[in-house]
Design a binder for this molecule. Structure first.
Ligand code: ATP
Ligand code: MG
Length: 587
């Protein structure tokens, strides 16, 4: 028999008001339902119910890692700076890396990820190809001093991550580990109950070239994803952009006065044309400080990852720098640019005859500007962020857009770390080779937030059975009543005997409070026992997911339970058949 959780002693303080600094459903509800508390910016304490959910997510992740041969280890959170110097990331990682030194002035950091540490670990121990492939993983707190720590568990400064690392002999073996891990990630997302999608992504800080992100679809997600019915899906950070700018309509270069026009929206309105028929200018400088002007269709945004690839070290100029360079903000165009300005443009503009652009003088624009007649472009590239309505780069269809929460990412790192840190093994011919490596992360605590984003309503959380802090909640509506209380205790004990995780709300609270908090905390099934139902030998069942309720005789409930218990081997399937009773009764 499993332990019954008693609400009378449970440390789960609920809040009536929505916390002021919580902007999204998961952040608000996890605080309100008493699952966690804020300690400081980006730091949270998990209370008993929150921790139970975390442990359930961890268990699913662990099972899927073990199932593909992952071996669980535990590395220190505190890492020596020395290995980060070896990989070159002490310099590259930036201010997110929490750095410190010990009493002997030895540099240390709190691990944001563990590629360096795990590479340093195995380079002395995995010596022969016969020991490969080896995959290790751990579940542990990670630290990143996020510039925008917000949305609760979604982007915190300390968070729980499962990080796995594979060490492979060659690329083929790495592809196999990567594929197995990708499948496991899909199963994890399924078992967490998530509506998810896998997308092409940027490899960011970690490095490597082959990578995929796993996103839970949610309006509150920080990521923008484009996808197509053909199966193409990508993070807009990296998606190839095929847009369709149109010509402004004139082919004769004409300088016009445009008083007060400083934005694309204002220019389009002034000229009476769509924004897609205007050309937007952005100015910055390269790593050496030399000026760069970039032109993109008026209805698209410059993509920061793409411009950084095209011009390493690119940064935008501030207003003063622009004035100094003779580039008047809001009126910049390719015609008559000052000497020495490098000109880049999005390739979609190449065939567009007649651009509407700034005239490099406050209050003036050109229309009918023609490429190579009136101005020139030094380089063309794919520079914009794709969006809904653009063309699918895979099938030519039309892209849709969704928002997503990145819950996991898988990478083929190749030999980036093994080469930098001289981690080698001996191949079949006794020749030294660098390891091929993969790394694979799941944000355990972010998953909890993602689940709540997908499973909530105006009353609270609706946990999927696989991660619910308990399966079923018994609500005796009158505590102290000589009929209600024993009936509720008996049902609770019977449910627990059958292996369910049971909560009983044995507090001396009004029924309204009990109903509201049961809905808020999100138990999948509620068993409601009141004075009248006891007198009639009945109880009421509520399925939190669907909201369906039904009243049935206690004897019938027992019968249905024991049938379901005999038939089902998995506790979740058992719970599902109990949760289905109200729907079946209604029919
Ligand atoms: P993001 O782009 O959201 O900052 P990331 O790509 O930098 O995340 P990874 O290095 O891929 O993150 O880490 C693996 C996983 O850890 C992510 O997929 C995400 O689920 C989780 N994660 C990363 N940063 C945070 C954070 N600040 N708070 C909570 N979870 C995080
Ligand atoms: Mg990532």
């Amino acid at each position: 028999m499993t332990q019954i959780t008693r609400m009378s002693v449970l440390y789960a303080p609920t809040l009536k008001e929505v916390p002021a600094d919580a902007a999204i459903a998961s952040h608000q509800l996890l605080l309100r339902a008493g699952f966690m508390r804020k300690t400081a910016t980006g730091l949270y304490t998990f209370l008993p119910l929150g921790w139970r959910v975390i442990r359930k997510i961890e268990r699913i992740v662990r099972q899927e890692m073990d199932a593909i041969g992952g071996q669980e280890i535990m590395m220190p959170i505190l890492q020596p700076a020395e290995i980060w110097h070896e990989s070159g990331r002490w310099g590259d990682y930036g201010p997110e890396l929490m750095r410190m030194s010990d009493r002997h002035e030895v540099g240390l950091c709190l691990g944001p990820t563990h590629e360096e540490l795990v590479t340093a670990l195995v380079r002395n121990e995995l010596k022969s190809y016969r020991q490969l492939p080896t995959t290790v993983y751990q579940i542990q707190s990670k630290f990143r001093d996020e510039i925008r720590s917000r949305f609760g568990l979604m982007r915190s400064r300390e968070f729980i991550m499962k990080d796995a690392y594979s060490f492979n002999e060659d690329e083929e073996s790495l592809h196999e580990s990567y594929a197995a891990m990708s499948k496991a990630y899909g199963r994890i997302c399924d078992r967490l109950g998530l509506d998810w999608r896998t997308v092409e992504a940027d490899s960011g800080q970690i490095g490597g070239s082959v990578t995929c992100e796993y996103h839970a679809l949610a309006e509150a997600g920080e990521a923008e994803l484009v996808s197509c019915t053909c199966g193409f899906a990508s993070n807009t950070e990296v998606a190839e952009c095929i847009s369709h700018p149109t010509a402004q309509g004139e082919t004769q270069l004409r300088r016009i006065e445009t008083p007060g026009v400083g934005t694309i929206a204002a220019l389009a309105e002034f000229l009476g044309i769509p924004e897609s028929a205007t050309v937007k200018a952005l100015v910055g400088k390269d790593a050496d400080g030399a000026p760069v002007a970039v032109f993109v269709p008026g209805d698209h945004e410059l993509n920061e990852i793409k411009i950084e690839r095209a011009i390493p070290g690119f940064s935008f100029m501030d207003d003063a720098e622009m004035e100094d360079a003779g580039l008047p903000k809001g009126s910049i165009g390719p015609v008559g640019l000052p000497e020495g300005v490098r000109v880049l443009a999005d390739r979609s503009l190449k065939g567009v005859e007649g651009w509407a652009v700034g005239a490099n003088e406050h209050g003036f624009h050109y229309v009918g500007a023609i490429l190579d007649r009136d101005f020139h472009v030094d380089e063309w590239g794919d520079l914009c962020t794709a969006k809904a309505g653009d063309t699918c780069p895979k099938c030519g269809g039309t892209l849709e857009m969704n928002r997503g929460i990145e819950v996991g990412q898988v990478f083929e790192l190749g030999d980036k770390y093994s080469r930098a840190m001289n981690a080698t093994y001996l191949d079949e011919n006794g020749k030294e080779q660098f390891f091929q490596m993969g790394c694979y992360g799941v944000g355990i605590s972010r998953c909890m937030a993602a689940i709540v984003e997908q499973y909530n309503d105006e009353y609270g959380i609706k946990w999927p059975a696989s991660v619910a802090p308990a399966h079923i909640c018994v609500l005796p509506l009158v505590v102290g009543d000589e009929a209600v209380e024993p009936a509720a205790e008996r049902i609770a004990a019977e449910l627990a005997d059958l292996g369910l995780e049971v909560v009983i709300d044995d507090r001396k609270e009004r029924p309204g409070v009990k109903f509201a908090e049961a809905d808020l905390m999100g138990w999948p099934v509620q068993v409601i026992i009141g004075k009248r139902s006891v007198a009639n030998g009945e109880l009421e069942l509520k399925n939190r997911q669907t909201g369906e309720k039904s009243t049935l005789p206690v004897a019938e409930f027992r019968e249905l339970m024991s049938i379901a218990h005999r038939e089902k081997r998995h506790i979740e399937a058992f719970l599902r058949s109990i949760a289905d009773i109200p729907a079946r009764h209604a029919r």
